[in-house]
Design a protein around this ligand. Structure first.
Ligand SMILES: CC(C)(COP(=O)(O)OP(=O)(O)OC[C@H]1O[C@@H](n2cnc3c(N)ncnc32)[C@H](O)[C@@H]1OP(=O)(O)O)[C@@H](O)C(=O)NCCC(=O)NCCS
Length: 225
């Protein structure tokens, strides 16, 4: 990734994140088809659709062995990344079970891409979505990932209308577990040696948060989360 001053400029016509805070009753279930109004703005970040120009920045993240340690793919080279970027550019909305919505995370000041968010519509019937994310190490430790996943939860419980959001994390992935704990996701299960992962047995922590729990947290003035 290049220096912060050389990135594209932030764009206009943004959706402030406070418009996404859950307020509506979700009795209607998951909204389908759902296409987010992008970009979404947080205090320091912008969430937007992927673009062809994201190739280099995304490669810097996905080729890093440390970043991909606990995600289900090996470090990617240019050839492996290309179809992934195409897929990400196409995953712009949710209609049925298994659909993915993928968002690029950029720093508002610089336009630099720092991370990659994923929302999977896990079950329309059970109004459940699963979240995933990967961020480059260069911008780690400043709360950027937490800030963007908070916006993703606002989106999931707000406009998407999810009742329950889940995440699955390798139990050795302490940074991811810390992030989800910071945002109030509850560990619900610890699956011991449930999968072979990258040549070794791994154990998984399943976490979740309900819409009413998220509303309570957001309504409770948790700006310092
Ligand atoms: C998981 C991952 C996103 C966490 O990244 P991170 O840098 O720890 O998360 P954040 O950007 O939210 O930064 C949190 C840190 O910034 C600090 N921080 C500073 N300002 C902050 C703020 N305003 N809000 C929250 N945290 C803040 C926190 O205290 C924390 O510090 P610590 O690392 O000393 O505990 C990242 O490690 C990653 O992408 N890993 C590889 C991919 C992956 O494993 N994905 C998850 C698969 S389940």
């Amino acid at each position: 990734m290049g220096g912060e001053s050389t990135g594209p400029q932030p764009r206009k016509n943004l959706t402030p994140v406070n418009q996404l805070t859950p307020g509506r009753c979700h009795d209607a279930g998951v909204r389908r088809p759902f296409t987010p109004d992008l970009p979404i703005q947080t205090p320091r970040l912008e969430l937007r659709a992927f673009e062809p120009d994201d190739r280099e920045s995304l490669l810097a993240i996905h080729s890093d062995p440390v970043a991909v340690r606990y995600v289900p793919y090996p470090p990617r080279d240019e050839a492996a990344l290309e179809p992934v970027l195409q897929r990400k550019m196409g995953n712009t909305g949710l209609t049925g079970d298994g659909d993915l919505l993928e968002l690029a995370v950029t720093v508002r000041d610089s336009g630099i891409l720092i991370g990659d968010l994923l929302t999977a519509l896990k079950s329309v019937e059970h109004e459940t979505v699963e979240i995933g994310y990967i961020f480059g190490g260069a911008h780690s430790g400043r709360g950027f990932a937490t800030e963007s996943v908070r916006a993703l939860l606002d989106l999931a419980f707000g406009m998407i209308g999810a009742r329950r959001v889940v995440a699955r994390v390798d139990d050795r992935n302490v940074r991811s577990l810390a992030l989800l704990d910071r945002l109030g996701l509850r560990p619900e299960a610890h699956l011991i040696e449930n999968e072979w992962f990258k040549g070794e047995l791994s154990s998984e922590v399943d976490l979740a948060i309900l819409a009413r729990e998220w509303r309570d947290r957001r309504g409770g003035g948790l700006a310092a989360e």
